[in-house]
Design a protein around this ligand. Sequence first.
Ligand code: ADP
Ligand code: MG
Length: 575
Amino acid sequence: MIQLLKFLRPYTNTVVAVLALLFFQSLGELYLPTLMADIVDKGIVNGDTRYIISIGGLMLLVAALGTSCSIGAAFLSSKTATAFSRDLRGKVFSRVESYSLHEFDKIGTASLITRTTNDINQVQQVMIMGLRMMVSAPMMCIGGIIMAVSKDAKLSLIFVVVIPVLAVLIFSVARKGLPLFKVMQGKLDKLNLVLRENLIGIRVVRAFNRIDHEKKRFNDANRDLTDNAIRVNKIMAAIMPMMMLVMNFTTIAIIWFGSIRIDNGNMQVGDMMAFIQYAMQIMFSLIMVSMMFVMIPRASASAIRINEVLDMVPEIEDADEIKEGNDKKGYVAFEHVTFYYPGAEQPALQDITFQAGPGEVTAIIGGTGSGKSTLINLITRFYDVNDGSIRVDDVDVREISQESLRAKIGLIPQKAVLFTGTIAENIRYGKENASDEEIRHAAETAQAMDFIATMKDGFESVLAQGGKNVSGGQKQRLAIARALIRKPEIYIFDDSFSALDFKTDAKLRAALKRETKDATVLIVAQRVSTVMDADRIIVLDEGEIVGMGKHRELLNTCKVYREIVTSQLSEEEIA
Ligand code: ADP
Ligand code: MG
């Protein structure tokens, strides 16, 4: 919580203004009962109407000033707190953008969303409360006690009894309620997780008739959260009536003992009335403080979760000393690379060594789960190797900045991801300042023109969220166009042709060959026809290279490759 306060620093001036306004408001409130006592004891008792009117006018004035201070403070504190949470959200977002895939795996997407929204809201609410109470509560409490004692010291002994009672009550309630608040954020994460999975997987849920099952799963998470919230609120709801009870008994006690003292001539009626009001102010301030004590732990549970996001150091960071690039272009070399996914016992890749250079096509083939995508993710440094090294343009990828490394690479991921926006915008994602001509050319090479031309608005057609309104193969071709437009040194196709029909696949590869003749091309594929004429075919099996060479050589030397080939091609095609 304290850590987060640094985000208030830009608003120091406003905070000071809020505190000052509240200071004056509290002063006014402390002054009013004394004025009232004067009216009763000096004005009414003596029947002095002019005195009553003038003091009454003063009271009105003080009350009006106090109210405007209070309004000003409320306005400014809300403004500060919302600005605070805006800054914090921005900070969390940009932090998350710098994460490597490890950190995403650790916290989880659903939790990241809750932390950026709900958790920050919790902190914001406490911030508003805290700003308003930080000055008023202690002032009203201490000021109230001073004023009460000055009215009648003996009667003030009542507080010696009441305040400890109040403290014990608040403490016992808070002890029961606080642990539940912490549990609540976790349950909210769970609810978000279920909801997110369902929204993303809605087609699967429907196709497998799992709607009832999912409804139940959601209801369970929902009920769990609700039960917890109700429990917490029940406990917290007990505070208010208990406080009221204590306050009313206090009033009775004051009137009881006060009237005895008035009877004996030790106290005046107006002073007793003022005394009651001071007692109320003291106790209300204690209640406010206790509410704060309830809210702070809840918000600090949230603050801890936010800080976790802010403090998590991305495992993959640029080296302190970044090596400048050289004039080599398009060289990729793996040297005895071994890689484990975090927590995995078996390496996903083991002792991988190969080189690829400009003008060459390197194909990677292997069964599902053999580590093809993993290998590619290492080149773009989404993960760091455990052993060995990967060199791009003869520099270790850990020594180049991530930005310049990725600028060299045009990646077409296995699962094409598009963003909400027009087709042109999506292709331009690869190169910000691309001209219309470049966009058209990239789309032509990627064989995307035929379907873009049939769309009503052509390049200006709007894609729905995640590209839902185009087919898998069309998405794939747009993703290819997005990579082509960068004209990178290294093209990486991760199984990008699998969603295409054979005819488009062949046309696309012919067009790509012209486009990428000077670049380094890495193609991951399932189909033998896609990889057959590559300069180098790497056969992966369970994370290891079991064969490397041209199609002809591998047919004779590599058993795994032969198996893949015979399962896909007929005898004549092989010969
Ligand atoms: P391919 O692309 O060849 O089908 P992958 O490279 O995706 O295979 O996966 C290789 C192996 O690594 C698989 O056994 C898979 O279970 C594991 N794996 C892939 N991604 C992760 C991940 N994020 N965390 C842990 N294990 C993973
Ligand atoms: Mg894969």
